[in-house]
Design a binder for this molecule. Structure first.
Ligand SMILES: Nc1ncnc2c1ncn2[C@@H]1O[C@H](COP(=O)(O)OP(=O)(O)OP(=O)(O)O)[C@@H](O)[C@H]1O
Length: 328
């Protein structure tokens, strides 16, 4: 059964998020024709947390994010953003949400600052008198002050993505929603974006960040949710998800038949014998030293003995069927 760990609402959550969740969905569903792109998901992004929204391409992440932000109408289900029921309180909610979905269209021949000026001026809610300080603050927040007057076209990929995040931060935000912000970035750009997201989170902004690569965002997330074929197949804090992984015993022996017979009398399930190997899942209260003692007492020659837990990456692969992706 896939792990499903409830996220504890933070005790010191902002009053705005009544439920303790920055985002909470109930049975959120989107059907395109005959395809259930998003299938009844109960997403819970804790206030003040960084929620890694993971899943292979096509698993429904973007469609979910578009529904959260009121860009696509759900087929069924409902949700709250920062405690505001959607879509009833869409304007009040979105005022406090910065998002990066397809990314704003930046002009390559304009500087980073001039691009932000254009976007800021296009926002009917922004006060033109305070535009300059708002833009400076956003540039500073993403570390682009030194490059503010450089042409956007001359920016590195990481700088371009940081400018997109600056655009999302032109107004004060309580929640940042980033759809695949590291997609297409080189390792340096990925590090820059990751570092920025961590900094924003430490300022108290809740973050929902999607990715199809666990490795790229795992180190900055407090929680993860895993999508597979439209369903949310796992959700919880990183620590809780780690704890749900089952330990497996691996034994190397020239007599696997005898070893398997001994282990079968102990609380060890899913025994698999191979050529000079036996593996199985020992019950949680069975200590490795007791297993070794039982094997040696029955004259089983033990050449190798390990009990290990699969990595979070192994868990992700087993939940989604998604393999590793090697980035250059
Ligand atoms: N407007 C649409 N009309 C029909 N099908 C759609 C539409 N938008 C998305 N889909 C389908 O819904 C499924 C989920 O797509 P979605 O883009 O949400 O996945 P994703 O996990 O974000 O993947 P990616 O990272 O590739 O965007 C896909 O099979 C996609 O083809």
């Amino acid at each position: 059964m896939p792990p499903s760990v409830e996220a504890d609402p933070a005790p010191d959550a902002p009053a705005s998020a009544v439920s303790g969740y920055a985002v909470e969905t109930r049975g959120l569903t989107k059907i395109f024709g005959s395809q259930r792109a998003v299938d009844g998901i109960d997403l819970r992004v804790p206030s003040g947390g960084v929620y890694g929204f993971l899943g292979p391409n096509g698993s429904g992440k973007t469609t979910t994010i578009r529904m959260l932000l009121g860009l696509v109408r759900p087929t069924s289900g409902d949700h709250d953003i920062l405690g505001h029921p959607m879509p009833e309180e869409l304007t009040a909610a979105l005022h406090r949400v910065g998002s990066l979905i397809e990314g704003p269209a930046f002009h390559p021949h304009l500087s980073g600052r001039a691009n932000l000026r254009r976007l800021d001026a296009a926002d009917a809610r922004s006060d033109a008198r305070t535009a300059a300080s708002r833009i400076d603050a956003a540039l500073d927040r993403v570390g682009l002050t030194p490059a503010a007057n450089k042409r956007f076209g001359a920016y590195s990929l990481g700088m371009k993505q940081r400018l997109a995040i600056a655009a999302a931060l032109l107004a004060p935000r309580d929640l940042l929603v980033l759809d695949e912000p590291t997609n297409g970035l080189d390792p340096q750009g990925t590090r820059e974006v990751r570092h920025l997201v961590s900094e924003l989170a430490s300022d108290g902004i809740s973050v929902l960040v999607s990715s199809h690569l666990l490795a790229e965002i795992q180190q900055i997330c407090t929680h993860i949710g895993v999508m597979s074929a439209g369903k949310l197949v796992a959700q919880g804090s990183i620590d809780d998800l780690r704890a749900t992984r089952t330990a497996r015993l691996h034994l190397g022996t020239p007599d696997p038949a005898r070893a398997a017979a001994v282990l079968a009398k102990l609380p060890v399930s899913q025994l698999v014998s191979g050529d000079e190997t036996v593996s199985g899942i020992p019950s949680e209260d069975l200590a490795p030293e007791d297993l070794v003692r039982a094997l040696v007492a029955a004259d089983v020659p033990v050449r190798r003995f390990t009990v290990d837990r699969p990595s979070l990456e192994d868990l992700y692969v087993s939940l989604t069927g998604e393999g590793f992706e090697v980035r250059s």
